[in-house]
Design a protein around this ligand. Structure first.
Ligand SMILES: [Zn+2]
Length: 631
């Protein structure tokens, strides 16, 4: 808040203090800066959205003015704000409040109870939809629900449950709503599973194309008007809850430009985004890709926008025929000839200064793509100074990695195999799974390797599940798939989630590290990511998330410090009742570990008490925690 001059006069001292004062100071922290020149710090100050001081408590003291918000981190770990380098965040935002999220739910029993409860409050004409973010392997039962269980839980409300990009399960009411009958033909690359007599039984299978799954989902009602904005804002806050401050959007099917970008653009204009988004443009109609790209090249250009919302290029698909599907339950798809159109698209983009990202799951696809790039490179046309990268690359070979490096490309990997590791191993074998993707081989070549989730329709958006996968090699079902030689240490994984993402959008000088002059984007974590036992990494959340000096998420002792948000609308939304990711609490260890935890809790509560006393929130004699309650 600026000082208000009284009668046109401002006392000099106050004026100077206000001029130099930070908007936010974080002190008493264990800051991992990500900056090699000063890796650790105890405090920092942010003014006008940018970090002005990184040091220790005495260094930030002069920056504290009358209106500075001082955050006592209580010795907690602070990290640079996370950046999911492959998130369908714009599409996810438009649908968020309509979805029942099974992310993090530990049992099918609980998942079905949520579904039953939600069906009971869902008004006529609306659906209950569970759209990704979970896997059968995460359930204690290790199986999918059956159509009969969905019918039992929701006799009259249409229910659509998407399991990865492998299958969907519909109840009887949903089959009626979408109009699938014995006469409905199977769509290309998909299967409507039928029972006796040819009637659809409620199962849809990607075989291997997921088109049957998302085209069926596209028949569900969508949000309109102001609800789209509210939904997007709540989704961004849900991401802030885990310490995310940036994402690179990967566009997606049924995500058309410019129509489906109107909400996020409006929110950016009104200063209401709480996550920085760099987005890509993805041609929607097979056969019309070059027309779409040409039209976009004439109207917008990469870099358009600002620090909150900016265009970063084309992709993750450039042409539909070149897309391989990541349905690891099915054999690798054989793609037909696609190089002709694909080469035209790449040529068009690079000639016009457009970088791109490219979806490619298998090395067979990557080799064909690389041959096209190398042909253009021989003509001096590629990459012509443009940033480009491969997304996913689960089975990329070392030879292809060398070719990517030679062409100045980058990579972005996601924890899709957190959710599909078991099924991948069953189909491709333990050896292939150990290398899927070959993260260490990528890093050893000096390639930029950014990390993310590919949420929301396959993986969960929870970055700590992805970070756990990077460092442990384990799935959400607990199977160790990648051996130690293809895992990364925690600092490397965090760098993949921060600095590498910034490099993919050309923002490496302002984002991803906590350094003077960089954006004031950070998270105060619930647990110390660097020392918490490995199995507890997925349970980490942010207690305080700051983006550009704005507090966009605040929990625990910081509750109420964040910006206000309108309530979830419509009121029957599953998010209004269940929230998003379902935190299951920390896994309890052996007796010794429990004793250690209890000691930590007591020490922490004393610290917390002193912190509250210092702020006049409690008196010295009042015990804020009842030790019996704690036990
Ligand atoms: Zn993709």
């Amino acid at each position: 808040m600026p000082a208000i001059p009284v009668g046109g006069l401002v006392p000099r001292a106050v004026e100077e203090a206000a001029e130099n004062a930070a908007d936010v100071v974080v002190r008493n922290a264990k800051i991992h800066t990500g900056d090699a020149r000063r890796p650790q710090a105890g405090a920092l100050a942010i003014r006008d959205g940018v970090i002005t001081v990184v040091g220790d408590d005495p260094d930030v003291a002069p920056a504290i003015g009358p209106s500075t918000v001082v955050v006592d981190a209580l010795g907690r770990r602070v990290v640079p704000g996370l950046n999911d380098a492959h998130l369908h965040v714009i599409r996810g935002g438009l649908n968020y409040v309509l979805e029942l999220r099974w992310d993090g739910v530990p049992s099918l029993r609980r998942a079905l109870a949520m579904l039953r409860e939600q069906a009971a409050r869902t008004p006529r004409g609306q659906w209950v939809r569970v759209v990704g973010g979970w896997s059968a392997e995460q359930f204690a039962e290790r199986r999918l629900p059956t159509p009969a269980e969905l019918n039992e839980a929701a006799p009259d409300t249409p229910v659509f449950v998407l399991h990865l990009y492998q299958s969907a399960i519909l109840n009887r009411a949903a089959l009626r709503a979408v109009g699938y009958t014995r006469d409905t033909p199977d769509p290309k690359g998909g299967q409507i599973v039928r029972g006796r007599g040819g009637e659809p039984n409620g199962m849809l299978l990607a075989a291997p194309s997921a088109l049957v799954l998302y085209s069926t989902l596209a028949k569900a009602p969508v949000l309109e008007g102001e609800d789209r904005a509210t939904s997007t804002r709540h989704f961004l806050r849900e991401l802030n809850r885990f310490g995310l401050t940036s994402a690179i959007d990967a566009a997606g099917g049924f995500q058309s430009f410019p129509e489906n970008y109107a909400t996020v653009t409006r929110l950016a204009r009104e200063g209401l985004l709480t996550l920085r988004i760099a987005y890509h443009l993805f041609p929607q109609t097979p056969g019309q890709e070059l027309d779409d790209l040409t039209r976009w090249i004439e109207t917008v250009r990469p870099g358009d926008g600002d620090a909150w919302l900016r265009l970063n290029g084309a992709g993750e698909n450039l042409t539909w025929a070149a897309a391989d599907f990541e349905n690891f339950a099915e054999p690798r798809p054989e793609l037909g000839p696609y190089e002709g159109e694909f080469e035209k698209a790449v040529r068009l983009l690079t000639e016009h200064g457009w970088g791109f990202r490219l979806h490619a799951t298998y090395d067979e696809t990557i080799r064909r793509d690389l041959a096209v790039f190398e042909k253009l490179a021989a003509e001096g046309l590629f990459p012509a100074g443009n940033r480009w990268l491969f997304d996913h690359a689960e089975t990329v070979s070392r030879d292809s990695l060398d070719r990517i490096a030679a062409l100045g490309g980058s990579l972005s990997v996601q924890n899709r195999l957190s959710f599909q590791g078991e099924v991948f191993t069953r189909r491709h074998g333990v050896g292939a799974a150990a290398e899927a993707p070959p993260i260490r081989a990528m890093l050893e070549r000096g390639l930029t390797v950014a990390a993310g989730t590919d949420a929301t329709r396959v993986s969960s958006y929870n970055p700590w599940v992805a970070l756990h996968w990077l460092v442990s090699g384990r799935t959400v079902g607990g199977s160790a798939i990648r051996p130690p030689q293809n895992r990364v240490d925690r600092a490397t994984a965090l760098a993949m989630y921060t600095t590498a993402g910034a490099a993919l959008t050309g923002e490496q000088d302002v984002k991803g590290v906590l350094r003077t002059g960089c954006y004031g984007d950070l998270a105060v974590l619930s647990e110390d990511y660097f020392t918490v036992p490995e199995p507890e990494i997925p349970s980490i959340e942010s207690l305080l998330t700051v983006v550009g000096g704005r507090i966009v998420h605040a929990a625990a002792e910081y509750e109420g410090m964040d910006e206000e948000l309108p309530p979830v609308s419509p009121g029957w939304s599953p998010v209004a009742h269940f929230g998003g990711y379902q935190a299951s609490g920390r896994t309890s260890g052996a007796g010794a570990r429990q004793a250690e935890l209890l000691g930590e809790v007591v020490a922490e509560s004393q610290l917390h008490h002193r912190w509250r006393v210092a702020r006049g929130l409690a008196d010295e004699h009042h015990q804020p925690f009842d030790p019996c309650f704690l036990l």
